[in-house]
Design a protein around this ligand. Structure first.
Ligand code: ZN
Ligand code: ZN
Length: 362
């Protein structure tokens, strides 16, 4: 049993509150990680508000990074002392997992949203009370977490954990959508709706792919200015300025009105990628003949449509080459300031807050 500090959400919509909790020992397939950093992702706030099938109370956090402390008997992919990033979990046995598309794993919902419930199954407890843990196979708004070989990616020890933590969800989602799912080619035109962490990661990836016109739409001027330093060729704060004829449009906003208005801005054979959160399962009226006759596509994308074990090393190579300047998106906060970090994310003031976990001398 590990005693740890963690941020708990007691009930849907409640604040994150730091508490001392117990984490069960690693099971045979689990990896105990001393967490050093964890990004705050929009999905954490969607889960906090109870819009996904999560349990309460729960510990969220799913962009964890840290150092392996112990491994279960069946784990041979990492060992204590290894530096790791933690991504989403998947079963490894279904068709999607075999196709290296674990974002579409048949067990995605139970493994990533429902988690584990108590110390007897490797979960988290407050005394006798089970707390929802192992969200996204991690729950890393905490000083310690249990993860798995499939969602733990070993990285070199010289790399900064606090800058690379968001690769495990937000960055791979935006970059994977552009580089893998859409497979953007040199010279193509792309529009990115929303300049948050996912949208700006899509912009950086579009620049890496050599896209010609890279247009970003957002309400916040400081985000648009940043987008231009990351490769955007046009920054629009109004739909009327977005332009037309896009080979690719990436929606990260979840705005039904925006998505609806953008379908006609696709070029012939253009593709709209739905990457945002769409709480409440909104419906869209579609001009079917315009989609059919112009060969347009609409595709849903989970976590970029990538396999973290293959894709995160590619992103790290881009980071080392200076093509993914993630530090421009990030502001660091101690775990104890999680309320401030969440507020900065919700107001749009900070694109990617990253929480830092202090560990005393051992
Ligand atoms: Zn699977
Ligand atoms: Zn996320």
């Amino acid at each position: 049993m590990t005693t740890m500090q963690a941020a708990v959400v007691e009930a849907p919509g409640a604040d994150f509150r730091i508490e001392t909790l117990e984490l069960g020992p690693p099971g045979p397939d689990q990896i105990l990680v001393a967490i050093r950093a964890c990004g705050v992702c929009h999905t954490d706030l969607v889960m906090r508000d109870g819009h996904l099938p999560v349990r309460f109370p729960s510990v969220f956090g799913h962009e964890g990074a840290g150092v392996v402390e112990a491994v279960g008997a069946n784990v041979d992919t990492v060992q204590p002392g290894d530096h790791v990033l933690i991504s989403f979990d998947s079963c490894g046995g279904c068709g999607a997992c075999h196709d290296h598309q674990p974002g579409y794993c048949v067990e995605f919902v139970p493994r990533n949203f429902m988690g584990l419930t108590g110390p007897d199954d490797g979960g988290i407890a407050r005394g006798d009370v089970a707390i929802g843990g192992n969200i996204f196979g991690q729950s890393t708004f905490a000083t310690h977490a249990l993860a798995y070989s499939r969602n733990v990616v070993k990285i070199d020890r010289d790399l900064p954990l606090e800058i690379l933590a968001p690769l495990g969800c937000g960055v791979q989602t935006g970059a994977g959508t552009v580089l893998e799912t859409l497979d953007v080619h040199p010279g193509e035109a792309i529009a990115v709706l929303g300049a948050g962490a996912v949208g700006l990661s899509a912009v950086m990836a579009a620049a890496i792919a050599g896209a010609g016109r890279i247009v970003v739409l957002d309400r916040h001027q400081h985000r648009l200015s940043l987008a231009k330093t990351l490769g955007a060729t046009v920054a629009a704060d109004d739909l009327a300025q977005l332009g037309n004829g896009f080979d690719h449009i990436v929606d990260t906003t979840g705005s039904v009105d925006l998505v609806s208005a953008c379908i006609d801005k696709l070029a012939l054979r253009g593709t709209l990628a739905l990457v945002g959160a769409y709480p409440g399962d909104p419906k869209l009226p579609l001009d079917l003949s315009a989609i059919m006759s112009m060969g347009r596509r609409i595709v849903g994308v989970v976590e970029g449509g990538i396999d973290p074990q293959r894709f995160i090393p590619r992103l790290i190579a881009h980071y080392r080459a200076g093509r993914l300047p993630l530090e421009k998106l990030i502001r660091l906060y101690p775990l104890s300031d999680i309320a401030e970090a969440v507020a900065a994310s919700e107001s749009g003031a900070v694109i990617k807050p990253v929480l830092i976990m202090e560990h005393g001398p051992r």
